[in-house]
Design a protein around this ligand. Structure first.
Ligand code: PGA
Length: 245
């Protein structure tokens, strides 16, 4: 079993200047923490060159919040997996629900994951139901449908390493978190689903309002392999508490 992953999704909370200030202020501690803990940070695209450069030879992983589903070509404004690999990124988030307004289908998300794998980056593939779907008890059906194209496409790669992040849409940034029993069922289900095809190469994460108040309890779920942490990751003392739970 790999070390529990703490993935910090900085979203677009800060500008590039502010992200670099935040990073420079805390990088020594981050590098030290990353010696014993498995930590990945996800700044904005524009901060990646400086942050990947500064993190070279350190154990801290750096990833992107998205990537193109295309290899290269006339795709204005998109960033390719190849560019991320050249910068030294080791992870990429795909399918985050905050991107669903851009009309991403499950097939496009699968293609993005495939592009990352082709360049030896580990995709973090996000799945999760809306509040309405949760209330209608459709969680398992929804996340299965979201994940299936990814699982199908990735069979064409040898030993793909990837993470699946269960992120209920109603939990992201709201302070609402599924109870331990509900979450255990979903994590167990996802683990079994990917385990069928990919054995130990896939890690299941949870994301959605993770704070230090609940992280210790959630981390007791046996098949949980890490957290995807949004808002709390930009409060460095809070992030440290989560990592050192
Ligand atoms: P949150 O975000 O921790 O702020 O809820 C998690 C995410 O969107 O990845």
């Amino acid at each position: 079993m790999k070390a529990f992953l703490f993935a910090a999704n900085w979203k677009m909370y800060l500008s590039t200047r502010q992200e670099l200030e935040f990073f420079n202020q805390h990088k020594q501690e981050l590098f030290e923490l990353a010696q014993t803990k498995n930590i990945a940070i996800f700044p904005s695209f524009t901060s990646l060159p400086a942050i990947t450069q500064a993190s070279k030879e350190k154990n801290l992983h750096v990833g992107a919040q998205d990537c193109s589903n295309h290899q290269k070509g006339a795709y204005t404004g998109q960033v390719s997996a190849q560019s991320l690999a050249e910068l030294g990124c080791s992870y990429g988030i795909v399918g985050h629900s905050e991107r669903s307004i851009f009309g991403e289908t499950a097939d496009i998300i699968a293609q993005k994951a495939a592009r990352l794998i082709e360049y030896a980056l580990c995709p973090i593939i996000c799945v999760g139901e809306t509040e309405e779907e949760y209330n209608n008890k459709q969680t398992i059906a929804v996340i299965t449908k979201q994940l299936q194209p990814v699982l199908d496409l990735l069979t064409t790669y040898q030993n793909p390493h990837f993470c699946v992040a269960y992120e209920p849409v109603w939990s992201i940034g709201t302070g609402k978190v599924p109870n331990l029993e509900e979450l255990s069922i979903v994590i167990h289900y996802l683990h079994a689903l990917v385990q069928e095809k990919y054995s130990s190469q896939c890690v299941i994460l949870y994301g959605g309002s993770v704070t230090s108040d609940i992280s210790g309890q959630l981390a007791t779920i046996p098949e949980l392999g890490g957290f995807l942490i949004g808002g709390a990751s930009l409060d460095f003392q809070e992030f440290k508490k989560i990592v050192l739970y």
